[in-house]
Design a protein. Structure first.
Length: 93
């Protein structure tokens, strides 16, 4: 199943990359690798992540090394990533 990052998820990834770039380019590379691993796993096993209580159809997958979660839904032929959010920050936006 193909993973597609929606515009807000792309913006989340760009913000995370900019944040890590201010610290270390190596962190940027590691973040992208971690994100790619999760997306590859979800593409192969799309129902492997936990459903999000109170949001029908939405699932949450955690990155392994970084404090981020991917929120996604399953479409007929794609895994649509809605957001890539830091797990310790406010979820108001």
């Amino acid at each position: 199943m193909k993973a597609v990052l929606r515009p807000r998820a792309r913006a989340d990834v760009v913000a995370a990359v900019e944040h890590y770039r201010a610290t270390s380019e190596d962190l940027v590379d590691d973040f992208i690798v971690d994100l790619d691993r999760v997306l590859a796993r979800l593409s192969e096993f799309p129902r492997s992540a936990q459903p999000v209580q109170g949001y029908p159809g939405v699932r949450r997958a955690l990155l392994r090394r970084f404090p981020f979660a991917l929120f996604y839904i399953l479409d007929e032929d794609a895994l649509l990533v809605l957001r890539v959010r830091h797990t310790s920050r406010s979820a108001r936006t």
